[in-house]
Design a protein around this ligand. Structure first.
Ligand code: SAM
Length: 491
């Protein structure tokens, strides 16, 4: 299992594009030692050899001795050697090929240039045993502050962040350079990637120098993640703005990237520094209970908890209208979906089994799906389930049952339209997982005040600068919380 981590191979055409963009081939000819630390089948090294051949430059033993591959999957390296033999009639030196885990195993050599495409996978999606094995390295590299946090909140840290920190910190010679294809979440992700953006690895600084973000060009087929390629400078302090090229209709348009407020914050990108005025004046007063929230997360059990039609056989008091896209599209505030929340609405906690037993239909219904519900994964959910509540969900608390919600579409949009929802027959509207985010309100006037404040046209401008338009993190609660200077909001 461990051996299938984040494999997205770089097409030769795009390996060549990156090599040419930053004159890496010439650096090699001039004597640089180059390593792909997560080499897969060696697309980048193979491309260097292709370029040599096309330029009539001999592939000498000395030149080969300055190309190194590291990869965890042995068969990829075998395939690479076979390809080199077939295409170039050369035996690639085994002394330059290392089959090892770059995170957990020591690599003693250092290189002038690191190149490649680190694995693309969220920590949370890794095989459990491997997660346990590499958790201490996430902590060691400053990607999460302690083991507990990795366990709970930071499962969205990308393993690419860890690999980059390891290789920039340990494998780079003094003032060396790194060139990588990467998920853009390292620069724009909230929370999970703050630890990457301390721009320090193994007590050495590194700086992001230039980024090229792809939008319509498909470098990697079938990849939904937004990606870029970036140049890193070792032993250099990070300075802003970073030169940021964004591909707009196949043209590279130069932008500047800067952190939102604090140095480790997600970046915002602008063409002109004057645009940074957006968001400078946003302020909105909220109480500590009004932290922006995501909708309810059934943790993979939507088919059990969510209904297209309100089921008449279940106790009506536990069925709540669920927000859906129609409400923004057609401006119709009648429910298209319903969600079952076997919760105590006053305290926002799951009902106890004794309370559930009072409702035969509810008990029978949940029991029918007990195995499925108990098999759900996720560390935070498991904490609830370990307390016996296998019918628990994430994102449910007293805030879910506030009489008013100022709610907006938070995922994959490029418009920011908060609306006010209250209840249907006394049942409060709920947000659907990451699709929606909301601020709970306990009185209607407050909801109107907050909605009006959120309608500030600077908010969508700032959200676009934060590069989330059309992406999964468009207007997620953490981002909105950070954008506005909330008074009294607890951390
Ligand atoms: C995104 S692929 C890129 C491969 C190659 N650089 C390319 O661009 O075609 C990442 C590679 O890293 C390997 N990998 C994942 N975790 C690794 C680790 N801890 N140490 C070394 N290699 C690893 C995967 O097996 C995969 O081949």
């Amino acid at each position: 299992m461990k051996r299938q981590i984040g494999q997205v191979f770089t097409p030769i055409k795009w390996a060549e594009w990156l090599i040419n963009k930053w004159n890496i081939f010439d650096a090699w000819l001039d004597g640089a030692h180059i390593c792909d630390p997560t080499a897969g089948q060696g697309a980048f090294v193979l491309t260097m050899l292709h370029i040599a051949r096309s330029r009539g430059i001999p592939i000498t033993t000395e030149r080969l001795s300055r190309l190194t591959l590291i990869e965890i999957v042995p068969s990829h390296l075998d395939q690479f050697r076979k390809n080199v033999q077939q295409e170039f009639g050369v035996d690639f030196p085994t002394s330059q090929i290392f089959c090892q885990d770059i995170i957990t195993e020591t690599h003693t050599q250092q290189y002038d240039i690191l190149i490649g495409n680190p694995p693309w996978a969220n920590f949370g999606d890794l095989p459990t045993a491997y997660k346990t094995e590499i958790k201490p390295y996430f902590v060691q590299e400053g990607l999460v502050s302690d083991t507990q946090r990795t366990l709970l909140g930071s499962s969205r840290v990308d393993i690419a962040a860890l690999v980059l920190k390891v290789v920039l910190g340990k494998l780079l010679r003094k003032n060396g350079l790194g060139f990588f294809y990467l998920p853009t979440s390292l620069f724009f992700g909230d929370g999970a990637h703050n630890g990457f953006r301390n721009y320090n690895a193994d007590l050495r600084n590194f700086a992001v120098d230039t980024v090229y973000e792809f939008t319509s060009i498909k470098v990697f087929d079938g990849v939904n993640t937004a990606y870029c390629c970036a140049k890193f400078q070792g032993d250099t302090q990070q300075k802003f703005p970073v030169t940021y090229f964004k591909e707009l209709d196949r043209n590279w348009v130069e932008h500047k990237a800067l952190p939102l407020k604090n140095p480790a914050d997600p970046w915002r990108i602008v063409q002109n520094l004057d645009e940074l005025k957006a968001g400078a004046t946003l302020e909105i007063r909220l109480t500590s209970e009004q932290k922006p929230r995501q909708g309810v997360n059934t943790c993979g059990a939507n088919s059990v908890f969510i209904f297209d039609h309100k089921p008449s056989h279940l106790p009506q008091g536990f069925l709540y209208p669920l927000a859906s896209k129609e409400m923004w599209r057609q401006n119709v505030l009648s429910p298209h979906k319903w969600i079952l929340l076997p919760y105590h609405r006053e305290i926002g906690k799951p009902l106890t089994w004794d309370q559930i037993k009072k409702y035969d239909a509810l008990r029978n219904y949940l029991q029918r799906y007990q195995d499925q519900l108990q098999a759900r994964k996720g560390t935070m959910l498991r904490a609830s389930m370990n307390r016996g509540s296998w019918w628990a969900m994430l994102g449910v608390g007293p805030y879910s049952f506030a009489p008013f919600k100022v709610i907006w579409q938070a995922y994959g949009k490029n418009q920011f339209n908060p609306i006010i929802l209250s209840s249907v027959d006394g049942q409060m509207w709920q947000g659907n997982q990451a699709m929606h985010a909301f601020i709970p309100c306990w009185c209607e006037d407050d909801a109107h005040r907050i909605k009006t404040a959120l309608e500030n046209p600077e908010i969508p401008i700032l959200l676009r600068q934060l590069n989330g338009a059309g992406k999964c993190n468009w207007a997620q609660p953490g981002k909105i919380k950070k954008m506005l200077s909330f008074d009294e909001v607890e951390k």
